[in-house]
Design a protein around this ligand. Structure first.
Ligand SMILES: Nc1ncnc2c1ncn2[C@@H]1O[C@H](COP(=O)(O)OP(=O)(O)OP(=O)(O)O)[C@@H](O)[C@H]1O
Ligand SMILES: [Mg+2]
Length: 404
């Protein structure tokens, strides 16, 4: 058996080729939207797989569509309009030229009166750097926003522009002015399609779902669901098999179940199980891996708690104990969560931070499954490691669920 193989489970980076699973329906829908000219907004809680999905769809489009060019920009580190346009122009020029030798000509043709400073790196680090003066940006904002359309028209192509962490733009000075311009110009473009997404659910909802905001109804708003349990189970089993290891069926089922199908955590837990497994993953490997996962994330969880007030922590306690009536006298007294006003304010804050959300049954629950396991142990001494017997119980439930 080959013991030097890499782990088939990836977390931390986006996954779009290796380690990417399922999402057939979502990928098809996104790809149809983008190729068909429908602007698309993707929203989901953190680390469910937005960036990976977009990356995957974009790679497929690049492979199969000659007349569609794609651009993916992560706005995470961009803090003002000048930086935005420097990256925006650079990526558009790079995506629409067939060879780097054309970059300079394109800059001259499409950006001549902006007189940017342009640098092209020398081999082997051939890359394009564009710098603008702030005054030019102010004078020519409209023209810059319309650059993709002008280039697409001149070159007889379509452009798909994906902007990750889109909510980051709201921190720009004078964002509101910029937001209006963006919307006005992008809406008119015929050859450019936008895909806008990011990890701050509530900020994105406010940009796209608020009737009084310019981006209201900008495109098809798409709430990315989780990957289904049965898909994870077969993905885990196959990944073990392909790397010359085995996993007991009950363990392959329990991983997504305990991590509530959360993409990042399913991958992380699977990775730890895989890593401690020599030949076949059983209960011991699972228990060890779960410990490892929670301890690895513990500093993060501690920091989250430190940022909360006492009544907020108390509210989390009530949520984790699955209390249904958070404003009933019994619950308010038992958990010391303050007045009904405190409760509703704190609910709003915790939901705004994506710590809790309202589940399908209308009851609040933790969004982060591993954080919850850690939290229950901290405050209620409920062990996260279940025994082999309870595991059998769990498994029974999972099997029933998979059958139904
Ligand atoms: N389709 C998929 N198949 C397998 N694993 C996935 C898939 N999508 C996401 N993951 C796992 O989830 C992790 C997070 O994915 P990704 O970064 O795409 O999520 P995101 O929603 O963009 O997160 P954030 O909100 O933090 O930006 C990946 O590193 C990977 O481990
Ligand atoms: Mg992302």
């Amino acid at each position: 058996m080959d013991h030097d193989v890499f782990s088939p489970f990836i977390f931390g980076n986006t996954v779009s080729t290796k380690s990417f699973t399922n999402r057939e329906e979502e990928a098809l829908k996104l790809s149809r939207n983008l190729l068909g000219g429908t602007n698309t907004i993707i929203i989901s809680p953190r680390r469910w797989g937005k960036s990976s999905l977009v990356e995957k769809v974009v790679l497929d489009i690049q492979k199969t569509e000659k007349l569609h060019k794609t651009v993916v920009i992560d706005l995470f580190t961009i803090s003002n309009e000048t930086e935005f346009f420097e990256v925006f122009t650079r990526e558009i020029i790079k995506a629409t030229s067939t060879k780097w030798q054309d970059w300079m000509d394109d800059v001259k043709q499409f950006l001549h009166h902006l007189v940017p400073s342009v640098q092209i790196g020398v081999k082997p680090n051939i890359d394009l750097t564009i710098k603008y003066d702030w005054e030019k940006i102010v004078q020519h904002t409209d023209e810059l926003l319309d650059l993709p359309e002008r280039i697409a028209k001149a070159k007889g192509i379509h452009l798909i522009i994906c902007l990750d962490e889109f909510q980051n733009l709201t921190s720009f000075p004078e964002f509101e002015r910029f937001e209006k311009k963006m919307r006005a110009i992008w809406q008119r473009q015929k050859l450019v399609t936008y895909c806008l997404y990011g990890s701050k659910r509530h900020m994105l909802s406010d940009i796209f779902n608020n009737k009084s905001k310019p981006f209201y109804r900008f495109g098809d708003l798409f709430l990315l669901p989780k990957i289904k349990e049965e898909k994870w189970v077969s993905f885990i089993q196959e990944s073990f098999r392909e790397t010359g290891k085995k996993i007991e069926p009950v363990i392959a089922r329990i991983i997504p179940m305990i991590m509530r199908n959360h993409s990042w955590y399913v991958q992380q837990l699977s990775h730890y199980v895989w890593n401690t497994t020599d030949k076949i993953a059983r209960f011991d490997q699972f228990a060890h891996a779960l410990d490892e996962l929670i301890y690895a994330n513990q500093p993060l969880y501690q920091r989250e708690i430190e940022g909360l007030s006492n009544t907020q922590v108390n509210l989390l306690k009530a949520v984790t104990m699955q209390e249904k009536q958070l404003t009933s006298t019994r619950v308010m007294q038992r958990y010391n969560i303050g007045t009904p006003r405190n409760v509703s304010k704190n609910k709003e804050i915790l939901a705004g931070n994506d710590m809790i959300h309202k589940g399908e049954d209308g009851i609040y629950e933790f969004l982060d499954p591993a954080f919850e396991l850690w939290f229950r142990k901290q405050y209620f001494k409920i062990p996260w490691i279940i025994s082999e017997e309870t595991l059998k119980d769990y498994d029974h439930k999972v099997v029933e669920k998979l059958k139904s």
